[in-house]
Design a protein around this ligand. Structure first.
Ligand SMILES: Nc1nc2c(ncn2[C@@H]2O[C@H](COP(=O)(O)OP(=O)(O)O)[C@@H](O)[C@H]2O)c(=O)[nH]1
Ligand SMILES: [Mg+2]
Length: 436
C-alpha cells in the first residue's frame, strides 16, 4: 500500500471514535505499522511516533479546533518535518547531470525535467549519453519531441566525447540536461565513467535518480553516488503506488541529501519540485491542507475576540468579527468533515454568505458609538435609521438586535473552556440572525 493511502486510512479510523489517549495510542500503532511496512527505518518510526503522541497530548489545541483536528494537524506537521527541506530549482542558464542505475527512471526524468524548465520559458536541450543501452538515445529523443525541446547526441563516440560536445551547447541553450549511462549496480566502472563525464561536462547541478521501490536503499545509494559526484539532490521516481516510498523519502533525507523532485507517474507532467508542505498534504489526501491550516492560524488570531466574548463585553464590532472568523472556518470544516469530524454546525460555517453580508451591512450602517455601545441599538429610531442605511427590512434589524442581546446575555454565563466555538454553536443552533 502506498504511504498516502496508509496514512489516510490510519487517520480515517481516528474519526470513527472519541479522541482520548487510548485513541491516540491506537493511531500511533497504526502509523507505526504503515511507516514500517513502507520500509521506513524502525528506529526512526518509533522516534517519530513518540513525537506525534507527545505533541498530540501535551499541546493545547488552537481555539476552535477540536482534539481530533489537532491530532491531524500534528501528524501533518511532523510529516512535513520528516521530509526535510523543500527544493527551489534555479531557473537560469545551467548544465544538469543525471545519474542513477538501470530502471531508476533516469531517462523519463530527463524528459520531465526538460518539460519543467521549458515551461518556465527556458531553452532546453536533452543530451543522450547513455551509450550502453542501444535504445536509450532513441527513447530520449522521443521524449524531447514530446517536451518540445532540443536533442543532442553523437552516433558514435563514448559518453565522455558526447559530454564534451554537450558542454558547448550552453553557448546556444539555457538548460542542458545530460542523461548518463546506468548500471545494474553501483560499481567502480560506473563511478569512473561518471567522474570522467562530470569532468568534461562541468555540470552546475547533478541529480541522482532513484526509484521509490528501493525503500531505504535509496538513502544508501545517495551516499554512494555523492562520493563520486557532488549531488544537488535526489529525484525520487515512481512515488505513485510504490509500497516503499516512505522508506525512500526518509532514508534520502537521513543520508544528508535533499529531495529535489518527485516523479508520480509515467507522463511528463507527473513531476514536481519537492515541497514538503504540499507533499504532506497530498499524502494525507488534502491538497490544500497547509493553506487550510493557515486559515486555522488566522482564526486563532481572533483569540482576543474570544476573550472579549468570555468576559461578556461584547459589542457589534466584535460580534461581526467573530462571525467573520466562523466563516473563515468554512473550508477547514469541509476537510474535517471528510475525515468524519462533524462538530462544527452548519449554521456557522460558510453556509449563507449572503446573509452574513446583510448582517455586515447592518453593522456598517451603525455609528461608531452604536457599535461600541450596543444598548443604544435598542432604540426603535436607531433601528429605523440603520434599516434605511443598510437597505434591510426594519424587522430584520430588530431581529438582529434581539439576537445580539440574547447572545450577549448568554456569553456572560458561558464558562471558559476549550471549545468556545462548539459551546456557543450548540446554543446558537438555528438562532443566529440570518445565519440559519
Ligand atoms: N509509475 C511511474 N513510472 C515511472 C516513473 N518514472 C519512470 N517510470 C517508468 O519506469 C521505467 C524505467 O524508466 P526509464 O526512464 O527508462 O529508466 P532508466 O533506465 O533509469 O533510464 C519506464 O517504464 C518508465 O515509464 C514514475 O514516476 N512513475
Ligand atoms: Mg535510461
Amino acid at each position: 500500500m502506498d504511504l498516502g493511502k496508509g496514512l489516510r486510512q490510519a487517520l480515517a479510523k481516528l474519526s470513527g471514535r472519541y479522541v482520548d489517549e487510548d485513541a491516540i495510542d491506537a493511531l500511533v500503532k497504526d502509523l507505526q505499522r504503515v511507516l514500517i511496512s513502507n520500509d521506513v527505518n524502525v528506529r526512526f518510526v518509533l522516534h517519530w511516533t513518540k513525537t506525534v503522541k507527545q505533541r498530540a497530548l501535551s499541546e493545547k489545541p488552537l481555539p476552535g479546533i477540536s482534539l481530533r483536528e489537532h491530532v491531524v494537524k500534528v501528524v501533518y506537521e511532523e510529516l512535513e518535518k520528516f521530509m526535510g527541506a523543500g527544493f527551489a530549482p534555479t531557473l537560469g542558464k545551467q548544465r544538469i547531470l543525471l545519474c542513477g542505475l538501470f530502471g531508476a527512471g533516469k531517462t523519463t526524468s530527463a524528459g520531465k525535467l526538460a518539460r519543467f524548465y521549458a515551461s518556465k520559458g527556458l531553452k532546453v536541450v536533452l543530451v543522450g549519453a547513455d551509450v550502453h543501452r542501444p535504445a536509450a538515445k532513441k527513447q530520449l529523443q522521443q521524449l524531447s519531441e514530446q517536451a518540445h525541446v532540443g536533442f543532442f547526441t553523437l552516433e558514435s563516440g563514448d559518453a565522455v566525447a558526447i559530454a564534451r560536445d554537450a558542454r558547448r551547447l550552453s553557448d546556444a541553450c539555457d538548460v542542458v540536461i545530460l542523461d548518463s549511462a546506468g548500471r545494474s549496480g553501483f560499481d567502480a566502472e560506473l563511478a569512473e565513467e561518471l567522474k570522467d563525464v562530470a569532468r568534461v561536462f562541468e555540470p552546475d547541478h547533478a541529480f541522482l535518480v532513484v526509484s521509490a521501490d528501493l525503500g531505504q536503499v535509496a538513502g544508501k545509494q545517495a551516499q554512494q553516488f555523492s562520493g563520486t559526484v557532488k549531488l544537488d539532490g535526489v529525484i525520487i521516481t515512481k512515488m505513485d503506488g510504490s509500497g516503499k516510498g516512505g522508506g525512500a523519502l526518509t532514508s534520502v533525507v537521513e543520508s544528508q541529501s535533499r529531495i529535489a523532485f518527485v516523479g508520480t507517474g509515467e507522463k511528463l507532467s507527473d513531476f514536481k519540485a519537492f515541497d514538503p508542505k504540499a507533499y504532506a498534504s497530498t499524502l494525507l489526501g488534502f491538497p490544500n491542507l497547509s493553506e487550510l491550516l493557515e486559515t486555522v492560524k488566522s482564526v486563532s488570531e481572533e483569540e482576543k475576540l474570544e476573550k472579549a466574548w468570555e468576559s461578556g463585553k461584547l459589542d457589534y464590532e466584535s460580534f461581526l468579527a467573530q462571525l467573520r472568523a466562523f466563516r473563515k472556518m468554512g473550508p477547514l470544516k469541509n476537510v474535517m468533515q471528510m475525515m468524519g469530524v462533524n462538530d462544527l454546525p452548519e449554521e456557522f460555517v460558510g453556509k449563507s454568505e449572503e446573509k452574513l453580508k446583510s448582517f455586515e451591512s447592518a453593522v456598517l450602517s451603525m455609528t461608531p458609538a452604536e457599535r461600541k455601545d450596543p444598548a443604544l441599538m435598542k432604540q426603535a429610531s436607531r433601528q429605523h435609521r440603520v434599516s434605511k442605511g443598510s437597505g434591510l427590512k426594519e424587522s430584520d434589524v430588530r431581529e438582529l438586535v434581539q439576537q445580539f442581546e440574547k447572545t450577549n446575555k448568554m456569553l456572560k454565563d458561558v464558562k471558559k473552556n476549550r471549545g468556545m466555538l462548539s459551546q456557543l454553536s450548540k446554543q446558537f443552533k438555528g438562532k443566529l440572525p440570518g445565519m440559519g
